[in-house]
Write a protein that binds this ligand. Structure first.
Ligand SMILES: C=C(OP(=O)(O)O)C(=O)O
Length: 302
């Protein structure tokens, strides 16, 4: 079966790695696009008073050395960009020719971000049981809806996909294999979950993706090989690889240590492009590149 050669999209998950600073956020977009060759620059949007209980909001950050505020809520608020700032980030993405995306963690964020008409919005693993939010997106957002499946049971994932199918939106849905951990040990990445998702849902949804929080880039290339080979068996489409992205892994904050720096993301994008070309069957017995060698080297033909 011929593979759909639409390139697998590499998403630079900037998240909150901008440390609440628009200049850093814009620089992350610029570097992801122009130095690394990523396809999407992704952020996160939260309304912390809606998302967190009063007690969670007022409790100090569990890791004080990562805290940007006296309480967890104040810390999260410090890292938030408002709607106008997200508009500016969209403009910056346009300037550098990279698509913009953001995850929405609560209903208010979903309402706000849909007004910006991005090409895609994401529901993080933490929020994928929030059906009011997902119903809102199904009814009010025409773009792709990406949903991550960390910390989810098989039944929850099946229900999730059915929810979108029932609303006629499964063909706009991208479901991500994900292990929620920062960073994730190699034995916990469980890449064959991509196989499970593709076998169960690949032909129902628009795409299956991989959202990684591990170290290095080898697992992503393996994810690509697994996803594309299932594609070759008619099990749907493997469409996205998402990795956290920072300018400096030693910066203060939870996600930096599990992020790629510019050279890592650049190598990931390069390897995804190159390996994707290599993932093909021979369309003919002897390729043109081999014919020259066959004529010259092959014993027993003349
Ligand atoms: C936390 C997020 O994603 P994931 O669940 O894939 O890690 C996110 O996109 O904000």
């Amino acid at each position: 079966m011929a593979l759909d050669k639409t390139p697998v999209q590499v998403i630079a998950e900037i998240g909150c790695n901008h440390k609440g600073d628009m200049d850093i956020a814009k620089d992350l977009i610029r570097v992801a696009a122009t130095v690394c060759g990523a396809h999407v620059a992704k952020f996160q949007k939260r309304h912390n008073r809606e998302l967190l209980s009063p007690v969670e909001y007022d409790t100090p950050h569990p890791v004080p050395s990562n805290a940007y505020g006296d309480t967890y809520g104040a810390h999260r608020d410090f890292l938030e960009m408002d709607v106008d700032q997200h508009k500016e980030l969209i403009d910056t993405c346009k300037e550098y020719g990279i698509a913009y995306s953001t995850s929405v963690w609560d209903l208010t964020s979903a309402r706000e971000m849909t007004t910006l008409n991005p090409p895609m919005l994401k529901i993080p693993s933490a929020t994928n049981l929030h059906y009011d939010l997902q119903n809102y997106l199904c009814e009010n957002f025409a773009g792709e809806i990406h949903v991550s499946t960390g910390m989810s049971t098989g039944d929850e994932i099946a229900k999730l996909v059915q929810f979108y199918a029932d609303r006629g939106r499964a063909q706009d849905l991208v479901v991500y294999s994900c292990t929620s951990g920062y960073p994730v040990a190699f034995e916990d990445i469980c890449l064959f979950e991509i196989r499970t998702l593709m076998e169960k849902f690949g032909t129902t949804v628009k795409g299956i993706g991989f959202s990684g929080h591990h170290l290095g880039i080898a697992a992503d290339v393996a994810a690509l090989a697994i996803g594309r080979s299932l594609e070759s068996e008619g099990k749907g489409r493997f469409s996205h690889i998402e990795r956290h992205f920072t300018l400096d892994r030693t910066w203060k904050g939870t996600d930096h240590a599990a992020s790629l720096e510019p050279d890592g993301l650049r190598r990931l994008c390069r390897d995804v492009r190159n390996v994707d070309q290599a993932l093909a069957y021979k369309g003919q017995d002897i390729l043109p590149v081999e014919q020259v060698q066959r004529d010259k080297l092959k014993w027993g033909l003349s």
